[in-house]
Design a protein around this ligand. Structure first.
Ligand code: DQA
Length: 175
């Protein structure tokens, strides 16, 4: 069974591809969505990607995630830095939450150094472009206990007896 995950994106992220490509790269939101869905398939996650420029709509989606116990990967865009309403909505979460950023806000303008969201998230991944989202989905899979979809069935894995014995190494480690 796959775990549903919402990947939510805030304002101006629908402009990816043409928005300050030197900062955010040239991948579009559609590229980002496909990369997230592909990563999700490998992790046993059923990923739905949404974007809005509207704070109220984003908050409604956060409420929906809380009501349905759905894990969330969230790039709040500029709401990161000042939306107490979004933070309050996220504080009601009932499932894992990872904050993501394409750029590294800590290395940019001072107003980006504050995240009002970080304190209610399980963690933050920032600065790695699309990889930030893929790493966040890995974290969600680990936190939600979702088995990787691509994992070989147990019977096909190497039997324990074929693995290197741990016991002879133990004294070396103890020295
Ligand atoms: C961003 C960083 C924010 O500071 C900015 O307002 C964004 C994008 C990022 O993904 O790097 O809109 O969240």
């Amino acid at each position: 069974m796959t775990t549903p995950v919402l990947v939510l994106n805030g304002p101006n992220l629908g402009r990816l591809g043409i928005r300050e490509p030197d900062v955010y790269g040239t991948a579009t939101l559609a590229d980002l969505a496909e990369a997230c869905r592909a990563a999700g398939r490998g992790l046993g996650l059923d990923v739905a990607v949404r974007q809005t420029d509207d704070e109220a709509e984003l908050i409604r989606w956060v409420h929906e995630a809380a009501d349905t116990r759905t894990p969330v990967v969230l790039n709040p865009g500029a709401f990161t830095h000042y939306s107490y309403a979004l933070r309050d909505a996220l504080a009601m979460r009932t499932a894992p939450l990872i904050e993501v950023h394409l750029s590294n806000p800590a290395a940019r303008e001072a107003f980006r150094h504050t995240s009002v969201v970080a304190g209610v998230a399980d963690g933050t991944v920032a600065g790695f472009g699309l990889l930030s989202y893929q790493l966040a989905l890995q974290a969600i899979a680990a936190l939600a206990g979702s088995p990787p979809a691509a994992q070989a069935p147990a019977a096909a894995q190497a039997p324990a007896a074929a693995q290197a014995p741990a016991a002879p190494q133990a004294p070396e480690r103890a020295q």
